[in-house]
Write a protein that binds this ligand. Structure first.
Ligand SMILES: [Zn+2]
Length: 330
């Protein structure tokens, strides 16, 4: 395994955001918007740190039941704690422990309580497990899973920090799911313990580290036509220079191949954002899925786009339509 020196690009990102919205007293829908400058804490240096840490050789491919995934879990827990998230209802720590096929597993869950609609939840998730270490062979044996899905967990952490600073109207449940690679095990377990009617939307991040076939500053969304979630995001991204497209790889059935599906099966409009040209990606589920193969700016810009694109949902202004799943996929 090669070691790479890298420098941290200390680019503080300043973007403008609509910090206050006032409804007019006339009863019409016209609104005045006051725009102020705010320092937004989604920067490439932090993104790089999360990514390179989670996908490091030390994490040994983050397979459930190993010391490697324990290290990854601790990193995520420390970050949730530093950011100031609270624990999920019924849990005393960030860990949601359970056992599957004799293996002790845990989702890592942090909560940001909303202000005016705290009983309405938006989930922001990614899976922190991966495939572990190859049992035999020579050379590099570690499945680092940088794109799959350290990139997504990086997004969860960065968004947790961003929304904690900003404050939100709905509550956000940030989840790093375990055992996605073993068949959406962690998210299925999570889904069994919730009241889905309280979950307004699911934002799942998968493989957000490579430039998509649609070009830079674009991403695609799985199950685009299954709710109006994607159209809400598109509306919010108008004028930002970033575009969201429907999943171009429909024959890959990606909507049902990531953790968003576990909540979608319960009716929650829950979709995965991705940027990777999965049809030609040589690193997918290979030991070559390393941080060095990713573009940190793609991850950073995508996280920012997810923040801007989902803001009207997180602030209770938009509520996406529910997902209906045909019987054959239940
Ligand atoms: Zn994945």
């Amino acid at each position: 395994m090669k070691k790479t020196l890298f420098t941290f690009g200390l680019l503080a990102v300043i973007i403008s955001c609509n910090s206050t919205r006032k409804a007019s007293v006339s009863g019409e829908h016209s609104q005045t918007e006051k725009t102020t400058k705010k320092i937004v804490f989604i920067d490439s240096a932090t993104v790089r740190k999360h990514l390179y840490t989670l996908a490091s050789d030390e994490m040994q491919g983050r397979k459930p039941g190993t010391d490697g995934i324990e290290k990854a879990a601790k990193y995520i827990e420390n970050e949730f704690n530093r950011i100031g998230l609270t624990t999920f209802s019924g849990l005393e720590t960030y860990r949601q422990n359970f056992e599957h096929k004799g293996i002790k597993m845990f989702n890592i869950i942090g909560v940001l309580e909303g202000k005016s609609k705290k009983e309405e939840y938006v989930i922001i998730s990614a899976h922190y497990d991966h495939l572990g270490v190859k049992e035999d062979g020579e050379g590099d044996l570690i499945f680092n899973g940088a794109n799959d899905d350290a990139s997504g967990v990086t997004g969860v952490l960065a968004l947790a920090e961003y929304f904690e600073k900003l404050g939100t109207e709905r509550s956000i449940i940030f989840v790093a799911f375990t055992a996605e690679e073993m068949g959406l095990v962690g998210s299925t377990y999570f889904g069994k313990g919730i009241d889905p009617s309280k979950y307004v939307a699911g934002i799942n991040l998968e493989l957000i580290g490579k430039t998509p076939s649609t070009g830079s500053n674009t991403a695609w969304l799985t199950g685009f036509e299954r709710s109006d979630f994607g159209r809400i995001i598109q509306k919010n991204l108008v004028g930002t220079g970033y575009q969201l497209f429907p999943d171009p790889y429909v024959t890959f059935n990606l909507f049902f191949r990531s953790d968003n599906a576990s909540l979608a099966r319960l009716g929650v409009p829950s979709h995965s954002f991705s940027t990777t040209p999965i049809d030609i990606d040589k690193d997918y589920h290979q030991v070559s899925d390393e941080s060095e193969t990713l573009d940190v700016s793609v991850i950073t810009e995508t996280i920012k786009a997810v923040a801007k694109g989902t803001k009207s949902i997180i602030n209770g202004k938009d509520t996406p339509t529910r997902v209906v799943i045909e019987e054959t996929n239940k």
